[in-house]
Write a protein that binds this ligand. Sequence first.
Ligand SMILES: [Zn+2]
Ligand SMILES: [Zn+2]
Length: 282
Amino acid sequence: MLLGSHLSIRNGYLAAARRAENIGADCYQYFPKNPRSLTVKSFDQKDAETCAAFCKKHKIISVAHTTYPTNLAAIDPEVRTATLHSLRNDLDIVEACGSIGLIVHFGKHKGSDPIEGYKLMIELLNQCLKDWTGSAQILIENNAGQGVRMGTTFEEIVQIRKLTDYPEKIGFCLDTCHAFASGLWSGDNWADVEKKGLGLELGYFEQLKVIHLNDSVYGTQSYRDRHANIGKGEVGEQAFREFLSSPAIRWIPLVLETPEFNSYSHQDEINYIRIKLKNKSD
Ligand SMILES: [Zn+2]
Ligand SMILES: [Zn+2]
């Protein structure tokens, strides 16, 4: 099992990698820049390269998450241009830090025609990846379905990737809270979910590169996106035990995006998962 958490880059990219090592994480996620804006960041190349070397040496896997305002299905042309520049900037940082990919949520289309939303997404992905020669991939994350139901099914995610001009530059990120909230995973149907995703036409798990390991504050089919600590939410311990023993997700980095408290840190949660939820043989 490869397990870690989201970490702050407050003290730079290398500091985040060091923190991962300190808390005993095998992997971690970070925001390449200020998560609240699309503003392009001129980053410290040296810091990023030292981070990449550190991770390589300590066998730590890192992955980045796009900023909150990033929406692949945005309509406004100015917002789309800003989003494109922000994504390319993120990819440059991610590549310099030696990370495996850049996670971006499946688009949310505000218009009435969902097909238009898919088209907007494909167009932006093509623009972004056209001249991209790095090894980091764009990793599309499933939505919880809050507000807009787009991007909650394996079918949509697999199809969007196939319909772009650069499927080889795109992989997936599965958020377990979103999968539960959207009804994709009810908590007791993992075997069916796995079978479906492994199906030949879909091949979802072949492209799955990272998992956001989150419990959910709200129930399945609530379409509400609120993360809870593992085993303390509506998904619960038993469902996570089954999930974590699934062969389809073996050796895929698991990243916690759960609330942290003084009394319960990500390090505590990592230990809890390793000791209580997973066979020690792994
Ligand atoms: Zn997530
Ligand atoms: Zn979420």
